[in-house]
Write a protein that binds this ligand. Structure first.
Ligand SMILES: [Fe+2]
Ligand SMILES: [Fe+2]
Length: 252
């Protein structure tokens, strides 16, 4: 049978593998001996110094054509900032583009490792990848209509990419299997669902009714992605642990 990562092996990271050294380490901690000079306050001071320079995470670019800005002029007069919407559209656009790459990577894991009872089919993974691509196109068109540049990296897009950069790292690590990749995909889909909900709220507030309808459809697809990923993951983990009720599990 194929070895899985939950099998017992040569992991030596815990203190139980070194009884003598672990006693010394505990004694050292009790005596309050620092492992290195200084404290966390030193690095906090350095960060504060940089923060005072006030660079932030950048700005939303000024649209090349102001046509889109005029369509939202009414909201601007009410004191709203259309740049917030453009910033968040840019964030979702970047996330959806990465989403395509994530499922491409998941497909190559599928081809290498295969699936399991209650796990995904290749067609299901391909369908999600196509959904992510269509969401990317939807957002690109929405930004273009507003006169915004869909190729610009907005501050929120930058932030989301940094916050989630571990996800592609898991998917493209040659050591990970498809089940482990699903753990990372679940993080992505949870974030994606919350992101679309926020975008819908914003579009509603700005009176972008056509976009609200399209975004609602995208959210529906994302909710389905999340449901599937969670189901596949539960089937894999409970199956490996030997606690799954076979009757309740759909055929692969
Ligand atoms: Fe997505
Ligand atoms: Fe998704």
């Amino acid at each position: 049978m194929k070895k899985t990562t939950s099998d017992v092996g040569l992991n030596r990271t815990g203190i139980q593998t070194s009884p003598i050294e672990s006693k010394e380490a505990i004694q050292g901690a009790l005596e309050g001996l620092p492992s290195s000079p200084g404290s966390e306050l030193g690095i906090a001071e350095v960060r504060t110094e940089y923060a005072r320079e006030g660079y932030g995470l950048g700005t939303v670019p000024v649209p090349a054509t102001l046509k889109g800005m005029f369509t939202t002029a009414k909201e601007m007069l009410k004191g709203n900032k259309p740049t917030v919407f453009i910033d968040k559209l840019g964030e979702r656009l970047g996330f959806e583009r990465t989403g395509v790459r994530l499922y491409e990577a998941a497909l190559s894991k599928f081809d290498l490792h295969g699936t399991w009872p209650g796990g995904p089919s290749r067609e299901q993974l391909e369908k999600i990848m196509r959904d992510e691509l269509s969401h990317f196109v939807l957002l690109r068109e929405a930004m273009e209509k507003l006169g915004a540049d869909p190729t610009a990296l907005t501050p929120s897009a930058d932030l989301a990419a940094v916050a989630s950069k571990g996800i592609p790292a898991v998917l493209t690590d040659p050591r990970t299997n498809l089940v482990q990749c699903l753990e990372a995909l679940m993080v992505a889909e949870l974030t994606d669902n919350a992101g679309w909900e926020l975008l819908i709220e914003l579009a509603q507030g700005l009176g972008q009714t056509e976009l609200v309808d399209q975004f609602e459809q995208a959210l529906g697809a994302e909710a389905e992605h999340l449901l599937l990923v969670r189901r596949w993951l539960i089937a894999a983990v409970t199956g490996e642990a030997g606690v799954r009720e076979e009757a309740g599990v759909p055929a692969p």
